[in-house]
Structures are given as C-alpha cells and as structure tokens.
Design a protein around this ligand. Structure first.
Ligand code: MG
Length: 374
C-alpha cells in the first residue's frame, strides 16, 4: 500500500511522420501512430505510458485509445498506483487482447512507482544487468540508394548492426541488397534479415538458403504468424538461427514456441506481451529452453523505447542486443524533453527514478490527431 491514489488517466493519440517510408513484408509504414497516457496521482505525480500498435501485427491506435479511456480508466480512478499486478489482472478481466494498452498502463504505473520509491523501472523488475546495449537499425526503404546513404551516415555514428527488411519485393532484390552490404562493409557489419511474414511457406527454405551465403546473424519471421509448424520446420533445416517475432507474443505463445522449438530466438517487445513483466516471463521461458532473446520494438517514440531499454537491461543474458532506433533515426521529431539516449551505436538505459524520461506536452499537442473518445 502507498499513500498515493490515482486521480486521472489522460489519453493522447498522436501521429509523428517518419523521415522516410519503411517497407516490410507485411506492408508500408510512414509514421508513428501511438497512444500516450498520463496517469496522475492526488499527490501531484505523473506516470507516462505508450501504446504503439501496428494494425497488421498487434492492433490499432484507435482501438487502444478507446481501450484505455473507455474500458480501463474507470477502474483505475481512486486506486493505489503501486499495485501494478492487481491493475493488470483487472485489465485482463475487462478487456480481451489490446496488449499495447496493457503495456501502456503497466509503463505508467511503474513510472509512478519508481518515482515514489526512487528506483528505476529496471530496478523495480529485478535490477540492471547492463547500462547499455548495441543498437540495430532496420533498413526498410524501397529506394536502396537512399538506404545506403542512411547506412553510411549511421556507420559514422558507430552503428554496426543493420537489419534488412525483406520479402516486400522480388527475392532477387533481397539477394542483391544483402550481397552489396556484405561486400561494402566486410566482416565488420552485423547483418540480420527480417521477412515480417513475407515468404510463402512452400518456398521459404530455398529463399533463405540464398541469403545464408552472406552470413546473416539471424533470419526473422520468414512465414506467417500462424504457420508455426512451417516455422519449426525452417528452424530445423536452416543452419542460420531463426527468430520468431509475430509468432511469439506472450508467455502462452512462448511456451508453445519453446515446446515445439519453432525458433532459435524470440523477439521481446513490450507491445506484444502486454508490458515489461510479461516480456520477462517470455524471456524466462526462452532461457529455460535454450532460446536466445532480442530487444525488439514497434513504431514507437522515445517513451516506449525507454520502457524497452529498462526491460532489456533487466534480462539476465543478452547476446543479440536491441533495436530502439525509431526516436533517433526514424521519426521526424520525438516527444521527450531530452533526446532518447543513443551514442556511438549503443542505447543507454535512461538514468533516474521511474522510466527516467519526461514527455514534452507541447509535442503531444503538436502531433495530436483527434480528441479522445467520450
Ligand atoms: Mg520483426
């Protein structure tokens, strides 16, 4: 029990344009369409949270705004903000799905709990195993020359991990790009491949084998999220590690994924699992099964990135690093009062109590897309 009570939950839906359109096996994305929440207490504290859905993957911003404002908010007013698991249980009882809304709720409650206790979010969920992590940037521009310019600029910034988004055009385009990058940067570059479900299951093994020649670190989600048997088969026959992203959301799908060895790696995302605590459970299942984890993100502002950084800082072992790059390299602007901490190709876990970041309210106004539903 704390001496604090939740006074209100404010919902803001925002759309921040991207610097360039990104193409994926599951479609194009031109900006960050997020729901930002602020939970206030009767003692003057604010906790911030973000729901960053992707309609072809987890859900919609409109649906998550309604979930937070109409369905969750009434249950939270007057409650003790530090009873995080109790409020997550309520959210699961009154609302099916919407893991992004539940992630935003947990984020804001942990932010407040951190501010009350003087601890950071990663300390609240187990402690900090590392101060910083390698940053992966996703190469997803259909104009490959523009991508090469971006890669050259980021190489200067110290970024060495690049993830190719593949499966949205001809297979020969994927082979050409991967070969070119390997030849240009040699062994110094760490190349990863993400199909975003873009391959047909019957033809996936042949396509992946062509790309294996260029020594990618892993191949992510080659087939549709529900084609789990096909994914397990690919994992069995391909030497390069296979990562499940869309096929593993939460502890339940992670357990099935581990029991059936559908992949060698699981991508952890606070938006898929419904928050940091559930993502740590996915990581625990993975660890017990000898499956590696990776710090993934959706189309997020620096606020959700901060939550992701705290999550990945608390994971006991992390070999494959993370991809919290949107706020720094993808969005035209961010909503934080200070830049999300990226230096020399590494993400630094924000310092301070709670999430360790603050939201600029003027940015919420500038990028607001609609008044909240009543
Ligand atoms: Mg992915």
């Amino acid at each position: 029990m704390s001496d604090h009570k939740i006074q209100d939950l404010h919902v803001h839906r925002i759309l921040i344009p991207a610097k360039a359109v990104h193409s994926h096996g599951s479609g194009d994305v031109a900006g960050i369409h997020s729901v930002i929440i602020e939970i206030t207490t009767d003692t003057g504290l604010s906790g911030w949270g973000e729901a960053s859905p992707w309609p072809v993957f987890t859900g919609t911003a409109e649906g998550n705004a309604a979930a937070l404002h109409t369905y969750l908010r009434p249950h939270l007013i007057g409650q003790d903000p530090v009873q995080v698991e109790l409020h997550l249980a309520m959210a699961n009882k009154v609302l099916v799905g919407h893991p992004e809304a539940k992630a935003a709720l947990e984020m804001a409650l942990l932010d407040i709990t951190g501010k009350i206790s003087g601890l950071s979010v990663c300390e609240l969920v187990g402690g900090k195993m590392r101060d910083d992590m390698g940053l992966s940037f996703s190469v997803a521009n259909p104009d490959f020359d523009a991508d090469l310019e971006d890669i050259a600029a980021m190489w200067e910034d110290g970024v060495r991990i690049f993830k190719f988004k593949t499966g949205f055009a001809e297979h020969s385009f994927d082979v050409m790009r991967t070969e070119k990058l390997r030849n240009l940067y040699g062994d110094e570059i760490d190349i990863r491949i993400d199909y975003n479900q873009g391959l047909a299951a019957y033809d996936a093994v042949r396509c992946i084998r062509d790309l294996e020649a260029f020594r990618p670190t892993f191949i992510e989600q080659p087939v549709k999220m529900h084609e789990r048997d096909a994914l397990a088969h690919i994992t069995q026959v391909i030497d390069t590690p296979i990562m499940a992203d869309e096929s593993v959301f939460d502890p339940q799908t992670a357990l099935h994924g581990a029991q059936n060895r559908i992949a060698d790696i699981f991508s952890l995302k606070v938006m898929k699992s419904g928050g940091i605590r559930r993502a740590l459970e996915v990581a625990a299942i993975a660890r017990a099964a000898g499956i590696e984890v990776y710090g993934g993100c959706m189309f997020e502002t620096g606020l959700a990135h901060a939550a992701g950084a705290h999550l990945m800082a608390a994971v006991p072992d992390l070999k494959l690093q993370c991809e919290f790059y949107m706020a720094t390299y993808y969005a035209q602007e961010d909503i934080l009062t200070a830049p999300f901490p990226v230096k020399q190709g590494r993400v630094y876990v924000p310092e301070g109590s709670g999430l360790g970041v603050d939201v600029d309210r003027d940015m919420l106004k500038k990028y607001a897309v609609a008044e909240v539903l009543q």
